[in-house]
Write a protein that binds this ligand. Structure first.
Ligand code: HAM
Length: 418
């Protein structure tokens, strides 16, 4: 035993977990503001769901095995096939467009490196049943809102938008057949960071035409123009740029695609998505258009660290009830009641020395110490604000139904001690 998790897997100790929760909170809040509702699916799916729908790159990274019932199964490497499967089976029960979000933990056997792991959390927002490019605009605006809730701005990140159908007709014009297209699209997806010589080597006869695209001299396709106008109308125009070099590695995209990158270009994509109008039909469902994105927690956390944006902190209990052994019963009664009233309350189960308990309260980050001393028999408790060391007296009485009543109530403590 090494004490370490498997390579590429992460332990989240409380400080890291608090930061992760902060990211989830921003994702949930942006989803709520954008009108997306939450769903979840199984971590384990049939292997076939991915071999047929995701494309070679992800298939090569699958964690898959034969289960005890001899089924070929895989840990989910992405959420889109699960979403498509779920929607294909029940879409009649939902009014279109369907706007759903989820924060699944995903598994890919990748080479671990900065911002890349073998598991990650991914915020997914998808819109199903809407052909209009305003759906893409909605998604881009929602992801920008999520990033801005975390303290990032258009100066930190850029949403690069591109169009797979534009690439389709480009490749057709170059005489590339349907069968060769997926391989070429995958090559194009991996050209980031390549020198012009390397590009020539990888693309062969296509290199000359592709070089012009790389020089960035192309005009927006009709779909891209509309998406960008929609994003502008929703207030995020400055976050968005056309960049045809974005092709996306996944096989199912059919139209506009996009990726979020840090402006400095130091990290891998923070998020990626696009339109996948054929996937539901290919899963045996209705012919429903769909578009969505996934944003990973790991690259995002790297970016927040780079930008020195502090993550959410570990929050201990708000109230620490201090009492030595003889008063512990009363203290526990208070703790239970405070918790039932919605306050976070803690105490020392070992009922250590008074001073040690106060130290414990501070170390745990409590705001208040509620002091249950000998004077408790006279209906008196002490209240201490740990940061300011200000102290006050609290009166307690018992109501007819046995409830302990505090005067002033916890809601009034801040006022009393100000
Ligand atoms: P993807 O580009 O494969 O898209 O992943 C989206 C984001 O997830 C990436 O930009 C990256 O931030 C994060 N990510 C992916 N793999 C890893 C990894 N091994 N370690 C850490 N982070 C990672 C999809 O998965 C699509 N299904 C997104 C989508 C939703 N398209 C339509 N709807």
């Amino acid at each position: 035993m090494t004490g370490q998790p498997l390579p590429g897997f992460r332990d989240f100790f409380p400080p890291e977990h608090a930061a992760l929760r902060g990211i989830f909170d921003a994702w949930r809040e942006a989803s709520r503001c954008g009108g997306f509702t939450e769903y979840e699916g199984p971590e384990l799916e049939s292997l076939e769901l991915y071999t047929e729908k995701s494309g070679d790159e992800i298939v090569g990274q699958l964690y898959h095995f034969l289960d005890k019932g001899e089924r070929e199964v895989a840990l989910r490497p992405e959420m889109t096939p699960t979403l498509a499967r779920m929607v294909a089976s029940q879409h009649r029960n939902y009014r279109k467009p369907i706007k759903w979000f989820s924060i699944p933990r995903l598994f890919r056997y990748e080479r671990p490196q900065k911002g890349r792991h073998r598991e990650h959390y991914q915020w997914n927002c998808d819109i199903v049943g809407e052909k209009s490019p305003m759906a893409e605009a909605e998604l881009i605006a929602t992801l920008c809102l999520g990033l801005s809730l975390l303290g990032l701005s258009a100066e930190d990140v850029v949403v690069k938008v591109s169009d797979r159908s534009w690439w389709d007709s480009f490749l057709e014009k170059q005489g590339v057949g349907e069968k060769e297209k997926p391989t070429i699209l995958r090559t194009l997806d991996r050209l980031e960071g390549a020198t012009p010589e390397q590009r020539r080597e990888k693309l062969g006869p296509l290199a000359g035409a592709v070089e012009k695209v790389w020089e960035g001299k192309m005009e927006d396709s009709t779909a891209l123009g509309e998406v960008r106008r929609g994003v502008e109308a929703l207030g995020y125009g400055s976050w968005c740029e056309t960049d045809y070099r974005v092709v996306r590695g996944l096989a199912y995209y059919t139209g506009v695609v996009f990726e979020v990158h840090d402006r400095a270009g130091k990290l891998r994509a923070v998020a990626g998505g696009g339109r996948y109008d054929d996937l539901l039909k290919r899963l045996g469902g209705e012919d429903l258009p769909a578009v969505g994105f996934g944003m990973g927690d790991a690259v995002l956390a790297e970016l927040l660290r780079d930008k020195k944006i502090e993550g959410a902190k570990v929050a201990g209990a708000e109230i620490f009830v201090v009492a030595e052994k003889p008063e512990q019963g009363m203290a526990m009664g208070l703790v239970g009641q405070l918790r039932r009233s919605g306050f976070s309350a803690d105490f020392d189960p070992g009922a250590g020395k008074w001073g040690k308990q106060l130290e414990m309260a501070e170390a745990k980050g409590a705001r208040w110490a509620l002091l249950v001393g000998r004077e408790v028999a006279e209906g008196k408790l002490g209240l201490k604000e740990l940061a300011t060391r200000k102290q006050s007296e609290i009166r307690w009485t018992k109501s007819a139904d046995g409830k302990i009543c505090l005067e002033p109530t916890p809601g009034e403590w801040a006022k009393v001690l100000s």
